[in-house]
Design a protein around this ligand. Sequence first.
Ligand code: SF4
Length: 582
Amino acid sequence: MKIIDIDLSKRKVKATNDHTLDKYLGGVILATEIFTKNCSPTADPLSEDNVIVFANGPLTAAFPTASKTVALFKSPLNNELGESYAGGRLASALRFAGYDGLIIRGKATHPVYIAVHDDSITIKNAELLWNLRSVFAVGRILRDAEPQGPGRRSFIRSGRAGDRLVKYANINVDNYRHFGRLGLGAVFGSKNLKALVIEGTKDFVYPDMKAYKKAYREIYDHLKNSDDMDKYHILGTAAGIKSINAMGALPTRNFSSGKFEHIDKISGEFFADNLLLRKIACSQCPVGCIHVAYLRVPYKKEEYDVETTFVPYDYELIYALGSNLGIETGSDVLRLIEIADRNGFDIISLGGILAWATDAYQEGIITATDTMGVNFEFGDTINYLTAINLTIRRENDFYYTLGEGIDACVEKYGGEQYAIRIGGQTPAGYMTGPASIIGHMIGQRHSHLCNAGYSYDQKAFGKELLPKEVVDSLIQEEKWRLILNSLVVCLFARKVFNIERTLKSLISIGKDYSEKSLLKLADEAYQKKNQWKKDAGQAFSADKLAERIFRLKTPHGFIKKEFIQEAIEYYSKLSSIPLNSK
Ligand code: SF4
């Protein structure tokens, strides 16, 4: 495997071809091997001891939707293994530059960015980019500053939230994609790292181009003819807003309800009819699920003086800054997304924290003195805009704490009965039943995407669920997704990449794997990640789940705490990750 290894403390750059890593497939399996060997589980995540590993996969730039890059790091938000995925052009730019992965360690003495142009790798001064008010401005400056060649370029950067160490700051990738969860932006900030520019101009051929073209065509045709792909292209993931609401599973006003009465003004259909500007795609993706809206905001008192900006939206963003905050119109949701996105916040975390703050304010455990006069109230866009601005500035003790994450908020102010948190972060927007909650708890990155508990719930509507069966099934799914996340294909295309087509694709480009060998690699990586998480102090506790979760009627009825307890006790035995020790 060809790996770039950058030590910011020593300002040293090394590119190696390490054949001992060749057997690790790519993506998350490769990144797990590198990360667990190089980052101590006890490292302070905001110190120079933290290590960031990026990896693309064997199918990158070769097959449709193999468009993702994985990042592993120690998360400053929950002190566990941070694992995050982003699309855009990063994976293919790295591939065309000739690399499978990139390691960043140490800490620069002053703000820097890293520029990779094929074999030229340099660390450059980024002082003028630090604290700029928009990640888009950072992207524009870098596009002008860096030499333009005929290759594929990708620009990834932190926003002000990352520069100021907000623990759930994200990393923006090529404007409309993100390493969203678990605080990679804060890790960048702590390393004085602002951005990465990757450009690749190399080309490659496969040993049997005929077999490759055949395998490519098969994947492409399946993608083109799949219903899922139509759904993602037409309305994007926002298509789910209406259907999840109809089943009573769309978190509303901090999970106090699963149905939002203003659904028609924030649905995917509403956005598409009234606000959609364009659809775009990650590189090598024929689907194009990324939906970008235009937002017109008056900036002067005179009539028709408006500023127009482009704002990406999807299901999770509409849930987090829409229904869960009681925001009643699509354009107001966009205003909140715009400021959060421009400043580099993980929007699912930000929305969950603002929702908690609203209940805490209404209950009187935080006061107008704490909030500097901001009246937290569901549905009040202007006050939320002000609160986001004050959080970016980390203006006082209260807003500083909001930037530290949901656990820190509860520790300082209380309100745990309405702090919706799992594994130290606020969850995705699916109150479909117990499998969704269990999936977030036992999933190796507390994410709905890697184990699909929400999808398990939906398939089992009308059937009785059993804790052990749920756990067994989620583990099995997560191990298969470890393989997909090593290729690294978009999980929206997961049904197209079944085992048969996955093997054909790999073999067609000279990677000789069998089903057994892939599953063995996935199992080993799964165990390695669990061991690292255990050494980092991970433990399970159903007690941290907010009471409110058990009072919300889901499509599977009320979730029972005993059900969750039984599931995590069973998982704890299987994984040897302890219960209740933190
Ligand atoms: S389906 Fe969407 S997220 Fe997935 S690769 Fe294509 S454009 Fe990117």
